[in-house]
Design a protein around this ligand. Structure first.
Ligand code: HPA
Length: 177
């Protein structure tokens, strides 16, 4: 387990002042470029889900980097994957919630028929910062009367207290900074 975490950790790098001054940006692109690190990432998520919520029905990924890891995990588990997207990207009937970003507002959407009432879901994204996006995904799932069993991220930025905002949702992170 620690060996797998090390494989992931050594492929996360950081950039100073991106996308703007004062932000120390954690970049997961090298994890995707390294098949061993990517396998270790999905192994660790799979193990956690099988131990804590083996009855999960769907993995729900958050736009955009949740889409990189979510389908790999859902395939391992033999279940489906659902997209929560930024407004205006999904065809057909959708439900949406608005949420606040650092500057202004955004809306997150899911297709109305993506999740049925009572289905058990696990949310996934690459990184938990302030928790705004994941909270929006959580609220969308509640709107759809889904049961949110937990929330997975590669990286949790502890100082930003995102897990406090997601207080109703168990957060599992592989790496904490
Ligand atoms: N990396 C990637 N995405 C982010 C970060 C970061 O450090 N902070 C907020 N969103």
């Amino acid at each position: 387990k620690q060996e797998k975490l090390d494989l992931v950790a050594r492929r996360v790098r950081a950039f100073q002042d991106f996308p703007k001054k004062g932000i120390f940006f954690r970049d997961i692109c090298p994890v995707l470029k390294d098949p061993e690190a990517l396998t270790a990432t999905i192994d660790l998520f799979e193990e956690h889900v099988k131990q804590t919520c083996p009855d999960v029905d769907l993995i729900v990924g958050v736009d955009a980097r949740g889409f990189l890891f979510g389908p790999l995990l859902s395939q391992r588990l033999g279940i489906g994957f659902v997209l929560v997207r930024k407004k205006g990207k999904l065809p057909g009937p959708t439900v949406s919630v608005s949420y606040s970003l650092e500057y202004g507002e955004a809306e997150a959407e899911v297709q109305e028929d993506a999740v049925s009432p009572g289905q058990k879901v696990v949310l996934i994204d690459d990184l938990l910062a302030t928790g705004g996006t994941l909270l929006a995904a959580y609220e969308l799932m509640k709107k759809q009367q889904a049961v949110v069993l937990g929330c997975l991220v590669l990286i949790e930025l502890k100082a930003l207290n995102g897990s406090r905002k997601l207080k109703n949702c168990n957060v599992f992170s592989l790496l904490q900074y």
